[in-house]
Design a binder for this molecule. Sequence first.
Ligand SMILES: O=C(O)CCC(=O)C(=O)O
Ligand SMILES: [Fe+2]
Length: 310
Amino acid sequence: MFNEIPIVDLDELGLHYLGKPWESTVDRVAKELHSAFSTVGFVYLKNHGIEQQKVDNVFRASRSFFQLPDAIKDGYRCGQPDNESDGYTGKDQEILDDSSLHEIRESYDIASPDGVYPDKHAPEFRKTIKELAPELRELTIRLLKCMALALEEDFFSSRHQYMFHGADKNRTIFRSLYYPTLADTDIQPGVVRCGAHSDYGAITLLLQDDMGGLEVFSRGEWIPATPIRGTILINLGDLMQFWTSDRYVATVHRVLVPEEEIRRRSPRQSIAFFVHADNGVMISPLDGSNKHSPVEALAYLKSRISATYK
Ligand SMILES: O=C(O)CCC(=O)C(=O)O
Ligand SMILES: [Fe+2]
């Protein structure tokens, strides 16, 4: 079926493979990504070479942080002078869809391996993220190279040199997301886990637990992005849509309050690796068209963040 999220097998492009990948594999993956990004805008990657154990370790360490009392978590709030990009965001502090009454979601952001971690209260958090995030970075470089091939541009990876090297150079963020259990009073119109939005940057790598709930708006309908264990979901952000003159789409997605009581009573976790171009990169349409006005990567991100942080 056309309106489905395809699964792309990375084969020797996965991190487990150390040699040079076959040209035929690179061509196939480039074509499959191109076709998915020009239509549904989301794709599952399999055989990416990142061990599930590393993902599960981040989920476990994150849970031990998110289950702490609010007063402790608030001590790590993001957006403080000494903690501008890294740190905690609580319920309703980031509203992605203006029509939401509440967005019941918490998150913790890290912008570099040596960022600000809640070591005192969640001692495993740092170690588990330092094991996973650099692998997501490496996988991203491989994906960007493939994407550039399909667009006949050897381009994107050189615009992302400082990915996950710190917010002063690049705003790529490793985000651990936590959707707490919901009370009966939360079951009302306008209350969601994550309001409908498109991501802001170039691409997003998303790892979900098995609770489900993510939906993707494609061809006029919401389709579920059902978790497939061992895969990573990839979607595009607005800047990649601008860059490609809308050939690639930054698909809108959301996470609603689950209908089944059992799922409302369970927390949900996910990890997003939001990939941004280096701060000073000017994003203008690669085909030379004037479909979008040039915009600086960092300026665009700041304008979106200031519209969503409360
Ligand atoms: O938790 C999810 O599955 C999606 C989160 C998301 O879309 C976001 O934080 O941008
Ligand atoms: Fe998103």
